[in-house]
Design a protein around this ligand. Structure first.
Ligand code: CP
Length: 315
């Protein structure tokens, strides 16, 4: 594996899932693999889980880690081309990527969608500029359109808890006070289909995700119907892709509560976190034994370590 930005970078999903469970069982087996190698973690946006789990994964492999909050601790970065840089941005992404690539063997990038210009966001400009100019492998730590480390951890979690070979996995939109990107639901739907699950995506009309991410899933506008017989419920808010970045609904009937979960086949509840309680999910559900959100977050170390191990082996 050279770069990791999508499920398309995985050659054999069942094989890498087996590898992930080996790493979960023996996290220090490859503790010398990354000796004298450096992982740089660059954050254009906030993070708790990704920041800590990716550092822990790199350290389990013996790597050194360097973390930089771009635009806060470093110079503000200009990402446009041909710009007269007479504003507050002192450094261009071309030089920044080139320099960081000389300090690091692998670079993780977190750069969210701006939610103003769909074409710009879906071009993954920041990620692709780092791939072009850093000269070292790039790992997406959540970009504009995808969050593959999260989705990989989600699939590991489903494999850990599933009771049937082909579980019914329901991705449900839920209300939120702010407009959020589509990265997490895009990746979750794409990875869950790739894993061979029976995937249902449910949301109010107008919240359809970009079609290539949900190809192979069933779209169901009736949330209660979607929940019937579910083995896993994955809740997430996202803003509209069609009316790009807009909030079209804040309907609290979509908040996942005990009534919703009663429709399922004793489903496990999942969310990538952070989660707004009693907006996305009721206290009763997230605090119930059905909730696997903490184990799901724990599996972020496993997904990151599996990806970093594969990249290190290719250096
Ligand atoms: N799920 C996730 O990526 O969490 P953070 O935003 O805290 O990294």
């Amino acid at each position: 594996m050279r770069h990791f930005t999508s499920v398309k970078d995985i050659e054999n999903l069942p094989a890498i899932l087996r590898e992930a469970f080996e790493i979960k069982a023996q996290p220090f087996k490859d503790e010398l693999l990354g000796k004298h190698r450096t992982m740089g973690l660059l954050f254009f946006n906030s993070s708790l889980r990704t920041r800590l789990s990716t550092q822990k994964a790199a350290q389990n492999l013996g790597m050194n880690t360097m973390v930089l909050n771009i635009n806060e601790d470093g110079w503000k970065i200009e990402t446009g081309f041909g710009v007269v840089m007479d504003g507050d941005k002192a450094e261009h992404i071309k030089e920044a990527a080139g320099v960081i690539g000389r300090y690091c063997d692998i670079i993780g990038i977190r750069s969210f969608a701006g939610l103003k210009d769909r074409e710009a966001d879906y071009s993954e400009h920041v990620l692709s500029q780092f791939i072009e100019y850093a000269g070292v492998p790039i790992v997406s730590m959540e970009a504009a359109t995808g969050h593959p480390l999260q989705a990989f951890a989600d699939i590991i979690t489903i494999e850990q808890y599933r009771k049937v070979p082909k579980p019914r996995v329901v991705l449900t939109w839920a209300p939120h006070p702010r407009a959020l990107p589509q990265a997490v639901p895009n990746s979750f739907a794409q990875w869950a289909v790739a894993a061979g699950y029976d995937v249902v995506v449910t949301h109010p009309e107008g919240y359809e995700l970009e079609e290539s991410f949900t190809r192979g899933a069933t779209i169901e506008y009736d949330q209660r119907k979607a929940f019937e017989g579910a083995d896993f419920v994955y809740a997430k808010n996202w803003s509209s892709y069609l009316q790009y970045g807009r909030i079209l609904s804040q309907d609290r009937h979509w908040t996942v509560d005990e009534g919703h979960m009663a429709l399922t086949r004793e489903a496990r509840f999942m969310h990538c976190l952070p989660v707004r309680r009693n907006m996305i999910v009721s206290d009763a559900v997230i605090d119930s034994p059905a909730s696997v959100v903490i184990e799901e977050a724990a599996n972020r170390v496993v997904s990151a370590q599996t990806v970093l191990k594969n990249i290190l082996q290719s250096l």
